[in-house]
Design a protein around this ligand. Sequence first.
Ligand SMILES: Cc1cc2nc3c(=O)[nH]c(=O)nc-3n(C[C@H](O)[C@H](O)[C@H](O)COP(=O)(O)OP(=O)(O)OC[C@H]3O[C@@H](n4cnc5c(N)ncnc54)[C@H](O)[C@@H]3O)c2cc1C
Length: 511
Amino acid sequence: MAGTNREAIAVVGGGLGGLAAACTLAARGYKVTLFERNAWLGGKAAVLREQGFRFDMGPTILTVPSVLRRIFGEAGRTLEDELDLVRLDPEWRCFFEDGSRLDLAENTERMCENLRVFAPGDGIDSRYRSFMADSERLHAISDRYFFWKPIGSIRDMFGLRDIFKFSVLRDILSMRMGKTFSVVIHDFLREPRVSQMAEHFTQYVGSSPLQSPAILCAIAHMQTQEGIWYPIGGTRAVPEALTALAEALGVEVRTETGIRRIVLSGETVTGIETESGEHVDVAAVVSNADTVRTHRELLGGMLAQRFDKRRDYEPACSGVVMYLGLDKAYDHLLHHNFVFSRDPVEEFETIYQRGEPAPDPTCYVCAPGLTEPAVAPEGGEALYVLVHTPHLHAGQDWRSMYPTYRKVILEKLARTGGMKDLEKRIRFEAMLTPADIHRRYSVLNGAIYGLASHGRFGGAFKPSNRSPDATGLYLAGGSAHPGPGMPMALMSGWIAADALDRDGIVAKSAS
Ligand SMILES: Cc1cc2nc3c(=O)[nH]c(=O)nc-3n(C[C@H](O)[C@H](O)[C@H](O)COP(=O)(O)OP(=O)(O)OC[C@H]3O[C@@H](n4cnc5c(N)ncnc54)[C@H](O)[C@@H]3O)c2cc1C
């Protein structure tokens, strides 16, 4: 038996995954209500406006815009009409401990030219070309079997009959199952600074390259093929555009309305209960809340136990973010910059294995004023610094840890990033610690990127968007398939909506 209201769908959480699901469902004719605990929509894609500065608080790097194109396309809209996107090339500037710098160019041949100057005589250009060819192959495999469909394990990727086809077997072998991301990177890119740069692609999913599967090498091609984009208005413009679309399509948006329970009849969703005790009958729920917390806190009982038995759920990394309003911009920065640690193995082992902040961390630095001067008063910069940390561990109190770690970060930016007078330029300062991230976004142990992609064989798999535990429950967001980051969280919302639509358990709205 489906819920008593055969037409109603609840989306729990208005992050990017929730917004994408709500828009896709509404565009296909369903009656959708979106419930969000916070006062704003967009979840981690939030904005901070203070003293003439504007900061994107969470994501700043937008890749794979074709995912947004598909979601707007559901409603007959074109991406270019909804967002003013600027392509950023070079994509990142890399600062290394030895004082050298390298720009990551989008085009492989231009990048090879950069590498020939950066590390002459090492043959690094032809190695980089081979790495990108491999990354392209892995990207194509991901497109064929992994993206745009609800997947929870390798069994969902390859049908039993397909597994014996030559082309499928060849693709499975190309995935290099059993090898880590780091091993494959070092097979191709032996120059230590170049391998450090490439290993950082796993930071897009908050995971260690030493523990992540080789298939994640596909990220390099995913980024360079479609480029890195900046929406004028900041990445915040993305949830704003999706919110406007949702409202235009008739989605009822209820902010400041947390959900405390998904109501079931047996193992079928029939309703939801808000934190103020209101009961709403629905025929299906798309949960954009963290998948582990959805099961443990919103479902509970046997279904939560079954979910927990299926595998271990390790949170991805957390982070410290500094929002620094500067009176004077730095002209040696690009829009996106990585100020790399002195030793990547020390860095990754400390964060991901020992569960402690890295003694000499990599700092990601975003200087958006170069692309959109309006983010700061004239001549200034709304500088954003993100340092990955372990997810929250018992006994770690970031109120007392932050002042010491702030110094470590500022010293690193001065020494390796060439920002020696940074403190003197600061006119406004705010920060976000793992404890703040945990509280603001209702995530698992302060994780920024949902669940870690650790495990040489199964690391890429997240809980499927179609729940195998409860009929009428669908999962969207960074901790569901296909994983975290703006494009993947958006895609997860589309997949959850599409699976719900295909299942045909909810009646379309008559109006
Ligand atoms: C500091 C930082 C930097 C990042 N940088 C990048 C980047 O540069 N590029 C990139 O691609 N990605 C980046 N990411 C990751 C990216 O932001 C996320 O993967 C993505 O935004 C997650 O979207 P989501 O759909 O999982 O929703 P979330 O943003 O997690 O939102 C979920 C929403 O659900 C709500 N919710 C939870 N439980 C309930 C409940 N019970 N009832 C009602 N509402 C509930 C929450 O309040 C929240 O609004 C970054 C993230 C952070 C925090």
